[in-house]
Design a protein around this ligand. Structure first.
Ligand SMILES: Nc1nc2c(ncn2[C@@H]2O[C@H](COP(=O)(O)OP(=O)(O)O)[C@@H](O)[C@H]2O)c(=O)[nH]1
Ligand SMILES: [Mg+2]
Length: 325
């Protein structure tokens, strides 16, 4: 599932129906009195917050939506039917900006419904204008137009953990192992063109691909992804034990973070040494000791995607860490 993280939508609430001029009729008296009804109200446009983080995909092809207009008034004083509302769904974590008014709304609570645009009032029919001095009113008013606006929607990832590391370190594999996500895994670089999210018992993890040497200067797709990291609380740095120089790999990524934004280095940092099946136990211990100069030992994890027990262990430790931090 590719995650679409921003979209611009053209939205319109329904116009109010027009008021009308109608006459009640009696025998031999065609204009027995005014009977033109008021127009119906136009439908409103609402946003509803859903938990499906991939929901912005829905707006990939259709970007303009309009609520129904109100019907014109009827005869015998009948009011026109109101237009139907439309409800557009957006994932939790979306921020909607009404580009006409500048108003910004954060959609944070699943199930919440927010009014985006109000439908127009219906116009008045000639019956409304009847009075003792005006028994055959010809007046009517048109319905008011529904509000219309362009909305910029941005999904701000509320991932608690951003998974970072060099290409092929095993980030996607880790995300898939720990969560319900189905991130593409492959033996070549840049398989992941969008950040992928997964849910680990209520904790959202994001696979942040594309950080390579030079990413902060716009090399590769790095920039696009670095901005996502700003929003995550904890960085889980994946380092492959297959690598000849794991410590250098670590520094390459740390340097890119710093070059992009120094404050990224202040984020809570966890280290995961991946592909433990590809290394000797004593080498792993040695490396752990080296990393212990940088990070608390209890924040260094070791895992092999081929070892279910190590996956379960990492999952348990991560959840414990997240719940106590
Ligand atoms: N031997 C071994 N290979 C792994 C392990 N985890 C991932 N890989 C392989 O490493 C390659 C890159 O993994 P991927 O998850 O796509 O890395 P990413 O680029 O960081 O997302 C793939 O061929 C995976 O099958 C592991 O624990 N052990
Ligand atoms: Mg990947």
């Amino acid at each position: 599932m590719a995650l679409i993280d921003e979209v611009t939508l053209q939205l319109k609430a329904g116009d109010g129906g027009n008021g009308v001029v109608r006459w009640r009729s009696e025998k031999f008296k065609p204009k027995a009195g005014p009977g033109g009804g008021n127009g119906g109200r136009g439908g409103d446009v609402y946003a509803e917050v859903v938990s499906d983080l991939g929901y912005l995909d829905y707006y990939l092809h259709k970007k303009s939506f309009a609520a129904q207009a109100g019907d014109p008034g009827g005869k015998l004083g009948m009011e026109g039917k109101n237009g139907e509302d439309i409800i557009l769904k957006f994932p939790r974590g979306s921020v909607l900006i009404n580009k006409n008014t500048g108003e910004e709304m954060s959609l944070d609570t699943v199930g919440e419904k927010i009014l985006l645009l109000k439908g127009g009032q219906g116009g008045l029919g000639n019956q409304h204008f009847k009075s003792s001095t005006n028994t055959t009113p010809m007046e009517w008013t048109p319905g008011k137009p529904g509000e219309t606006a362009e909305f910029f929607v941005e999904l701000r990832l509320f991932a608690e953990i951003g998974i970072i590391g060099l290409p092929s370190a095993g980030k996607s594999t880790l995300l898939n192992a720990l969560t319900n996500a189905k991130s593409k895994v492959a033996a070549y670089h840049f398989t992941t063109l969008d950040p992928h999210l997964g849910d680990m018992h209520g904790h959202i993890l994001a696979d942040i691909p594309g950080i390579i040497e030079g990413a902060a200067d716009g090399k590769g797709l790095g920039h696009k992804f670095l901005k996502h990291i700003k929003r995550t609380e904890v960085l889980l740095h994946v380092i492959s034990l297959e690598s000849e120089y794991p410590f250098e790999d670590y520094n390459v990524i740390r340097n890119e973070l710093a070059a992009y934004d120094k404050t990224l280095l202040d984020k809570k940092e966890l280290i995961l040494l991946s592909k433990s099946d590809a290394a000797e136990a004593q080498d792993i211990e040695k490396l752990k000791d080296e990393f212990a100069f940088k990070v608390d030992p209890e924040k260094i994890f070791v895992m092999s995607a081929y070892d279910d027990e190590s996956i379960a262990q990492v999952k348990k430790e991560l959840i414990k860490y997240l719940e106590n931090k």
